[in-house]
Design a protein around this ligand. Sequence first.
Ligand SMILES: [Zn+2]
Length: 97
Amino acid sequence: MHLNEGRQKSRSLRRLERRTPKGRVVVHYIQKNPSKARCAGCGKVLHGVSRTHSNKLSKLSKSERGPSRPHSGQLCSFCSRNAIINKYRNLFSLSKK
Ligand SMILES: [Zn+2]
């Protein structure tokens, strides 16, 4: 028996029981996936945004990472549409004065 390291005692890592070729069962400690991205405006779960860590994003294909429009990963499509409309409304009203 060996002493467990502090990081292995913590539940911040996901545990996977894997059988080795020899038949021994070992525990693999794996980084947990972050929670689903939510809209900053209305709090809805964002569709199409990957749940992987940013250090693993390069392994995904471009379409698996998420939408490529402005405010993607921050606002849902409805809120980002409103944000863009409000931005240009404000610009227009300022230039009229
Ligand atoms: Zn929203």
